[in-house]
Design a binder for this molecule. Structure first.
Ligand code: PLP
Length: 352
């Protein structure tokens, strides 16, 4: 097959990126291994423990437990599944912000739990008063997002932890995208900052690993037991993952990327991405667009639909928020030159 994969040189909408060279090489080497069967594939299984140890260090988790999932969707579904299994009610409900990723809708569908969607405030963060009124004895889980998909916002996680505890619910933090930049900010987001029970943190996003490498972390390995099923025909005796057979490529590439980049490489990447986001926000503001300030490396701006479509026709891979703003995610492959070329096209194609 001679078809070239998609190039990254005009991709501004994706939350994934070009894998780091060491991550790509590790993915290729471990492609045919299956961490879903650790008795038969012990090497990749040991690497998965390493991956969880480092993810735990990044997320302030003292006794790391979890696994490398196929992505944030699987990790979020599994977190909801843990909460459902723990719940003492027959009608478990998940309370989450309107900004939460659509994977929670899949979780609710598949697991038969109710969702209670709480609005966000003017700063695009969950409205705490609305959460206080929403929780009750049926609340199995409160979801906080640490780096929202549309605006890169971080919910007030310590406060959400208190609310979750007041009704004996679990607190889940979705740091699928934000988890590899937040360690270099002042946000309170991780297990050490709040009573977080479960977390999604994906190496295949800002972590620069190859797809598929998501991460599910749990405060206590007992929580993982809620997911475990017996595995009679495998060499190992139980499995907590949602998928059965899974490629070791994601696991190996996550370990390779984190070994190479944590912490210094991720720190310099965060600084570069954040500077790029602030530069772009500034440039767009000067041109009169309404811009949502990038608290993390993600810019949203009120660019008219016709301009947006003209930019897409030029090959720019861009997307819009639910309310129609252009969003640009400053991932590691997004350079200043790329953004400058995007702005030049914007100036040329601008329809006001
Ligand atoms: N959570 C957040 C905050 C996300 O931004 C995304 C995807 O962008 C996901 C979860 C889902 O991750 P995946 O697409 O890897 O399943």
């Amino acid at each position: 097959m001679q078809i070239e994969p998609q190039a990254f040189d005009r991709v501004l909408s994706s939350m994934c990126t070009k894998p780091h060279p060491v991550a790509r090489e590790a993915a290729e080497r471990f492609l045919a291994t299956n961490p879903g069967d650790p008795g038969t594939y012990p090497t990749i299984s040991a690497l998965e423990e390493e991956a969880i140890a480092t993810l735990g260090e990044i997320a302030g988790l003292e006794e790391p437990a979890g696994y490398v999932a196929s992505g944030g969707t699987e990790a979020n579904i599994q977190a909801v599944r843990i909460a459902r299994e723990r719940a003492q009610t027959r009608r478990p409900t998940v309370v989450m912000p309107a900004s939460a990723h659509f994977s929670f809708r899949k979780a609710a569908d598949v697991l038969g739990v109710d969702l209670c969607v709480v609005p966000t405030d003017d700063s695009h963060r969950i409205d705490l008063e609305a959460v206080r009124s929403a929780v009750d004895a049926d609340t199995a889980m409160v979801v906080a997002v640490a780096g929202t998909t549309e605006y890169g916002r971080v919910d007030p996680i310590p406060e959400l932890g208190e609310i979750a505890r007041s009704v004996d619910a679990l607190l889940h933090v979705d740091a699928a995208w934000g988890g590899f930049v937040l360690p270099f900010t002042d946000f309170e987001w991780h297990f050490g900052h709040a009573p977080v029970d479960t977390m999604t943190i994906d190496p295949h996003k800002m972590g620069q690993a190859a797809v598929p490498a998501g991460g599910l972390l749990v405060r206590d390995s007992d929580l993982l037991d809620e997911l475990a099923v017996d595995t009679p025909y495998l060499e190992s005796t139980s499995q907590a993952t949602l998928t059965g057979t899974r490629s070791g490529a994601g696991v190996a590439s996550a370990v390779a990327a984190m070994e190479e980049l944590w912490p210094a490489g991720y720190r310099s990447q965060y600084v570069r991405s954040q500077n790029n986001a602030e530069w772009l926000a500034d440039v767009l503001e000067k041109r009169g667009y309404e811009v949502v300030e990038p608290t993390l490396p993600l810019v949203a701006a009120d660019v008219p639909e016709s301009t947006f479509e003209a930019l897409r026709a030029e090959g720019w891979r861009i997307s819009r928020t639910a309310t129609g703003e252009l969003r640009v995610v400053c991932m590691p492959h997004v350079s200043r030159e790329m953004l400058a070329s995007f702005v030049a096209d914007l100036d040329r194609l601008e329809v006001r």
